[in-house]
Unconditional design. Structure first.
Length: 104
């Protein structure tokens, strides 16, 4: 297993991740590059939006606000998916009841 992990590390590509006013050098899987870059763009766009809405804060405040916003968005997406699954299960149950009723 150790050699498999080492092999995966060799396949990672370095990118510069700009968040706010700092650049971080990170390594990512090449297949994730587009998602990572889109996420970074979303984060930086939100930082600019929050800087406009809440003038006078420092960069750390804006980054914290964006991280809270981003985490909340992720949780909201999971909740919506769960509601969709629950609705699907309820509809399946109703469909079975109707089928049983019609077949009697």
């Amino acid at each position: 297993m150790k050699s498999e992990n080492a092999s995966n590390m060799n396949e990672l590509i370095p990118i510069s991740a700009l968040i706010g006013d700092r650049t971080y050098r990170i390594k990512i899987d090449p297949k994730d590059e587009e998602v990572v870059r889109n996420t970074l763009k979303t984060i930086n766009d939100k930082i600019i939006e929050f800087k406009t809405l809440f003038a006078g804060k420092d960069m750390q405040d804006y980054i914290a606000m964006v991280m809270i916003w981003y985490a909340t968005e992720q949780q909201a997406g999971k909740s919506a998916l769960l509601e969709k699954v629950n609705l699907g299960e309820k509809l399946d149950s109703i469909e079975k009841l109707l089928d049983n009723h019609l077949n009697q």
